[in-house]
Design a protein around this ligand. Structure first.
Ligand SMILES: NC(=O)c1ccc[n+]([C@@H]2O[C@H](COP(=O)([O-])OP(=O)(O)OC[C@H]3O[C@@H](n4cnc5c(N)ncnc54)[C@H](OP(=O)(O)O)[C@@H]3O)[C@@H](O)[C@H]2O)c1
Length: 361
């Protein structure tokens, strides 16, 4: 019998769900045993349900093709088959909040890609290299939910991954004011060019809700647990514009920073290159060996050349230079559906397993 933990994917047929399926192929700790989606897909094999909608560049793993898709609204039935679930459903926020809580109450941990619970005060929102200690708030959440092992943990929005880790690495220089512009890929909207042909050669200067997330979520990640809830940090202040660009995968950020303790360029690069977190210490299966790399060439990072760095789990940074108004500016790049979505959630689950929060039922 397999010793791996049994995983279910809620929203398995969607773009992020497919990314989970791909990343979990041959995973050393976790095995996908259940795929769940809307009633439209329920009852079909995974292969039939996804027919014509497979968006990954690698083929659909054989192991999932014949799994029968379950209706994710049948919570008890789905929960009975798994040790924990990843959530990547597209429903209203209220519906997602409710259904994720239902799963948690069946004693099934939920590691979510959705934004619905990102501001629930006792739900940890974690980038494992930055704030794994926030998982400790789960004990308080379990008391509220009345569970012994069921809880919800979330990962932050894809847009912040190209600059929040960088600012974290520079914490001791006390960044206090940040201006960021993100250039975001169409897969962030769950789309390919085939489905969104009007994006070819186009730019759209608006992504609903994205600027608020980009400005506020980093502060929650840099926050502290106080009296059983996460209290966000108040600095650095971030202002952001989020732009949709004709790129399939990869969010780029152009960022300006003011520091209270102004460093040199060499110090900034050194801090990026030496930055390590818990996933690197524990050598978790999906952890990038080098979380942040600095690229010296003036024309890097580039989306097509650099988005898959460290299997899409690493951050590429370039063009650090002094600015005439701010102290420094730089460009960052991350993979929005790997580090920014399914991969980030998978690394959260690996950290949760390593910390003993996720176990076999
Ligand atoms: N794409 C990204 O880069 C990204 C990044 C971060 C966060 N997110 C978030 O992750 C979530 C999923 O995104 P996505 O791009 O993967 O969306 P998607 O491709 O549209 O997939 C949505 C999934 O949800 C299921 N679903 C839709 N309506 C449902 C309903 N009423 N009941 C049960 N299941 C339902 C779909 O099942 P059927 O196939 O049966 O319809 C499908 O499995 C969204 O909330 C999105 O905001 C996406």
């Amino acid at each position: 019998m397999s010793q791996k933990l049994r995983v279910g994917i809620l929203g398995a047929t969607g773009m992020v769900g497919q990314r989970f399926i791909s990343l979990l192929e041959n995973h050393p700790w976790f095995e996908v045993v259940t795929v769940a989606a809307s009633p439209r897909s329920a009852g079909k094999t995974y292969e039939e349900a996804v027919n014509g909608r497979w968006k990954m560049t690698t083929p659909m793993p054989e192991a999932v093709k014949k799994l029968i898709v379950m209706d994710l609204n049948e919570v008890e039935k789905v929960a009975a088959t798994v040790d924990f679930v990843f959530s990547a459903v597209d429903m209203t926020k209220d519906e997602i909040r409710a259904i994720e809580e239902k799963y948690a109450k069946t004693e099934t941990p939920v590691v979510s890609n959705n934004s619905a619970h990102r501001w629930t005060p006792d739900v940890p929102m974690v980038v494992p290299e930055i704030n794994p200690e926030h998982f400790d708030v789960i004990e308080y959440q379990k008391k509220r939910l009345g569970t012994t092992r069921g809880f919800i943990a979330v990962k932050p929005n894809c847009s912040i991954q190209s600059y929040a880790p960088v600012l974290t690495a520079w914490k001791e220089f006390e960044p206090y004011e940040v201006v960021a512009t993100t250039y975001q890929a169409i897969s962030g909207a769950g789309k390919t060019f085939k489905e969104w042909p009007e994006m070819e050669g186009n730019i759209i200067p608006y992504i609903g809700g994205e600027e608020e997330k980009s400005e506020k979520e980093p502060l929650r990640i840099w926050g502290k647990i106080e009296d059983g809830v996460i209290v966000p940090a108040t600095e650095p202040k971030i202002t952001c514009q989020c732009i949709r660009v004709p790129v399939l995968n990869g969010h780029t950020a152009a960022v300006f920073v003011k520091f209270r303790k102004k460093p040199t360029k060499e110090q900034l690069i050194e801090k990026l290159e030496s930055f390590r977190g818990l996933p690197q210490e524990l050598e978790l299966p999906s952890a990038p060996k080098q979380f942040i790399r600095y690229m010296q060439e003036d024309n890097r990072p580039q989306v097509t050349l650099d988005v898959d760095y460290e299997n899409g789990m690493g951050i590429s940074v370039g063009r650090i230079r002094e600015d005439s108004i701010y102290d420094f500016k730089f460009v960052g790049l991350s993979h929005n559906t790997v580090r920014g979505a399914a991969g980030g959630a998978l690394l959260c689950a690996e950290t949760l397993k390593a910390k003993g929060y996720i176990q076999a039922k």
